[in-house]
Design a binder for this molecule. Sequence first.
Ligand SMILES: [Zn+2]
Length: 295
Amino acid sequence: MALTSFKPVLRIAQREKYAIAAFNPVDYASMRAMVEAAVELDAPLIMQTSAKTIRYYGHEALVQWYRQLCEDVEVPVTLHLDHGKDLDMIKKCIDLGWTSVMIDASDKPLEKNMKITRQVMDWATPAGVGVEAEIGEIGGVEEDIVVAEEDAHLANPDEAEAFCKEFDLGVFAAAIGTAHGYYHGEPDVQFDLIKEINERTQPPMALHGGTGLDEATIARCIALGCAKVNISTNLKHVFIDGFVNYHKDNPGDYEPLKVLTAQFEAMKELFKQKITEFGGAGKGKAVLEEIGQLH
Ligand SMILES: [Zn+2]
């Protein structure tokens, strides 16, 4: 069974010092393209749906696509909720078949953030669903969540330690200087902060805002303990450009399936490139074996 929580998968990646790519699908084809990329590279995969995508398609369609595409593959694939803020939506994800969820209460004071995270842990843990939580506030625009530059603040290592002691998280997100969307100017990644937090906490760290970080920066973050790297904005651009560029190059061609094929191949290429860059290629079957789910 390849439908797995990210918890055991990310612990292995953390130990082996590579990261699992986490992509946000926007439709069935983008989901299929990421699964094909992961299978061809023998890599573990996290597909993470945004709240906006769930509102657009409904929970049922997304979870059916996930099951249909991933049930029989021989690499571990997680269906994760990215930046969950609505508790009803999170509960429904847990009940309907998401294998991991993120509770993002990072805009609340620590105590309140912990209270909300406790509620989600209480639903998720008995269901075998992994949990990601966030400390500090990551800036930028992520779907319909907008965090202004003046509101974004870095994670406090003391708070991160207290938070991770309290909960048995699959992974945690900490604001360490990255931002959602494309960067305006040089990203100011706080490597010392990543190092300190990872030395003081057990679960692996998720690197949000992976689009626009260069390969060397990401490699350094992975070496310091980031085992999940999120790529969303990159895909949005390839999704639109893949479609538009085909039409620009072939203006008289009104064959939809050819356009969709060009778009699909462009997305798959991006996924393969990122999976390889983060070190996940060639690890999929071994991870499934280790977590005892290879059938
Ligand atoms: Zn994020």
